[in-house]
Design a protein around this ligand. Sequence first.
Ligand SMILES: Nc1ncnc2c1ncn2[C@@H]1O[C@H](COP(=O)(O)OP(=O)(O)OP(=O)(O)O)[C@@H](O)[C@H]1O
Ligand SMILES: [Mg+2]
Length: 596
Amino acid sequence: MKALKHLNKYFYKYRLRFILGLIFVTASNLFAVFPAQSVRIAIDLIQENLNLYQLYNGTSMQANVEHQVGWVLLYFSGLVLLFALIKGVFMYLMRQTLIVMSRFVEYDLKNEIFNHYQQLSLSFYRKNNTGDLMARISEDVGRVRMYIGPAVMYLMNLAVTIIVVVWAMFSVNIKLSIYVLIPLPILSYAIFYVNNIIHQRSDAIQSQLSKVTSFVQEAFSGMRVIKTFAVEDYSREDFETYADEYRNRSMDLAKVDATFFPLMVFLTGMSTLITIFVGGMLVISGDISIGNIAEFVIYVNMLVWPVASLGFTTSLIQRAAASQQRINEFLNTKPEIISDNDEPFIFEKSIAFKNVSFCYPNKTEYALKNVSFKVNRGDTLAILGTTGSGKSTIVQLLLRMMDVNEGDILYDEKDIKTINTKELKKQIGYAPQDVFLFSDTIANNISFGLTSDAQHIDELIKEASNNAALTSNINDMPNGFATIVGERGITLSGGQKQRVSIARALIKNPEILIFDDCLSAVDNKTESEILENLQRIMKGKTAFIISHRVSSVKDASHILVLDKGEIVEAGNHIDLLMKNARYAELYQSQLQEEVA
Ligand SMILES: Nc1ncnc2c1ncn2[C@@H]1O[C@H](COP(=O)(O)OP(=O)(O)OP(=O)(O)O)[C@@H](O)[C@H]1O
Ligand SMILES: [Mg+2]
């Protein structure tokens, strides 16, 4: 239950609504008690007048009594109707304030979680899968809302109803009240019990449903692979297994669900029976009137739902607490990358790695070992190396997606940890190795790199696409820049995607440009076109080019050859050829491939 404390700030924020809700709950309950009393008065009145009516049998007074009673009855039925209407209005207002409040809190909480997610470093996302992140912001928040809205509303209602009704009951007859109240705690417990089973089974359904969803989602996004390997039948069989399990679990729930209402009706019926039986005895002994029995039957009916809802509410609150606990777990995760310097940063001189070593968490082998280099502003540093040699790791560290284990990374001689990361990233244009495109237009995918206050966006997009050698491709598309690329860019070729991503990096006209192997899927002619453009636009600026191919790196001012996390060779193209070692070997073999 402690977990729910987190929500108190929201109750405080919406305290006015909360108090208003309480007032409406009380009012609606008062207007439910009055009709019960009216009914008692009316029945007792008829009872008395019935005697009178029989007394006047045969006289002209009889018609008079009949007439009078008729009017009184009409008056009371009007009253009951009016009270019911007023009660309805207050109930409407109660829901409007309390349920709406819960929607506000839901909105705030989702924003709080999403904002927090955005702050967290990549290592957090490596640890937790997307499904889990999604579940906490949607399902778990939904359950917490059930506590803030319905649960709180039912609890308020229960408290007020019990006070008002029990008070009204005890003021009539204590003995009858006690008899009538006895079955209610049993009702409450029974509902709590059944409801827990219902929740367990719906959780089982929910978890199966998320399996089905993930399966389907993966099948759809991997449809290309499924089709090319012709494994549709297996895929269908797998789906059937998941779906069967889902159906079985749904049937389990349906069975318990079916007992819920009969149980409620049975226990309510018991209460009413006891009221009439014990009440009847009391009428015979002259302790109460017939009207009182009718009044009590109405009270019992008023109590049943709130008391039943206690069982229901308790399990809602338990679930909300469990969900809030899960949410808190994430909210209490501190971002690993801390950047508390607000000063602006403009890159001016150099970037240096000093004896940097880095090991990914939960790995034993270092991804980078004692790496040192320095790049001056205006230079291009190329990094060449086999797969897994640590090239992308260098890039991740340059972007401060993670912090080094040993050594320092210096921008303008300042430790990267002392620079505001947002400011730093503003200076950097980055085309990652694995391209990610949003299911939006090409234009929006390119302009994604811009800040919101950018002007002449259309021209900037055109220029970036020219520099990325993309324009002729886009012109061939039916809607040009307005073409939607499909989910993750499914409608584009590998090379086209890479170039959209390059354009996205170029459009912000960055001081520092990082290309992580993002020319791997373009042909040689396009590659040299892009590299030529780069030489022009990156004049006086700094670039990092990462590649497997010598052709992409040979013009760089400095080349690092990386192997198993270590720099094994460094120098420019000519130096490295003269060494006649690894770089030269690579050059020869790639040259031969091209010729062949
Ligand atoms: N997120 C990660 N968690 C754990 N280990 C990782 C992670 N990313 C990379 N590694 C490991 O770190 C080493 C270096 O990986 P890196 O991605 O830097 O290689 P790379 O040179 O970019 O290779 P490629 O040319 O294939 O892109 C590899 O052994 C890899 O398995
Ligand atoms: Mg890489």
